[in-house]
Write a protein that binds this ligand. Structure first.
Ligand SMILES: [Fe+2]
Length: 248
């Protein structure tokens, strides 16, 4: 045993899959509509992986981002139908549904009052922000969602570096009715140490409502399948009010 081994007690690790999450509400598994699965085969392989992890229901959330991913509810709805048929044909025991991951921009703000939006669990609306700059009209956009009857769920708040360390602001957002969805990849440090730290801070402050895979490809799946977390974090998550399984 080396010098540091004498003084540092290594904490036991627990497979994250033992949290028993059975519903996921953030992934990119509709083939060919965004930067996730490219083909039906890709989708099916990823869905089989999710079933193997114990998931019973996937609410798939393709990117909706003007100029990059010009998706429509009808378009992704038709693709979902085809994917469901293939899942059934292959006897994969999993339920599929579709919502969206909306990027907040001007078009999104306008569409909120004029077009039907793709949501889950009675008007919960998953949205994401720029990774580099805080949205100038963030507060107004959230307000617009709420006055149109939507319940905002912020995708991976821990990944927005401009909010790192802003715990009181995060609490304020949460108090104003924004729910938070953290990524598994963040919690285990797959993006960066600072994103992991931000995720753990949100968990410590009771600001983790959903845990999502944000699954795009087989590399993500392999990381999620092998994810291990310290026993203390596992216990903390177990006793947190994580809402994934209420979506079944
Ligand atoms: Fe995503």
């Amino acid at each position: 045993m080396g010098f540091f081994g004498l003084f540092s007690k290594k904490e036991d690790l627990v497979p994250l899959r033992e949290l028993g999450l059975v519903c996921d509400m953030h992934s990119h598994l509709i083939p060919g509509v965004d930067d996730g699965a490219k083909t039906v085969d890709d989708s099916i392989n990823l869905i089989k992986g999710m079933a193997g992890l114990g998931y019973k229901k996937l609410i798939i959330t393709p990117h909706f981002m003007t100029g990059f991913y010009n998706n429509t509810p009808d378009g992704v709805g038709n693709s979902l139908k085809q994917l469901k048929a293939e899942v059934e044909r292959q006897n994969i025991d999993i339920e599929l549904d579709v919502a969206a991951e909306y990027y907040i921009d001007y078009d999104f703000m306008r569409d909120l009052s004029t077009k039907p939006m793709l949501t889950f669990d009675n008007k919960k609306l998953l949205f994401e922000c720029s990774f580099t700059n805080q949205h100038r009209n963030f507060d107004e956009t959230v307000f617009e969602m709420q006055i149109n009857g939507y319940k905002p769920v912020l995708a991976h708040p821990e990944r927005y570096t401009y909010w790192h360390g802003a715990t009181s602001l995060m609490n304020e957002f949460h108090d104003r009715g924004i729910q938070f969805q953290l990524n598994i990849l963040s919690i285990i440090g797959a993006y960066s140490a600072s994103v992991k730290k931000a995720a753990l801070t949100l968990i410590d402050n009771g600001l983790c409502d959903f845990i999502g895979t944000d699954l795009h490809n087989k590399n993500h799946l392999a990381i999620i399948e092998n994810a291990m977390i310290p026993a203390s974090l596992f216990e903390k998550l177990k006793s947190s009010n994580i809402l994934n399984n209420s979506l079944l």
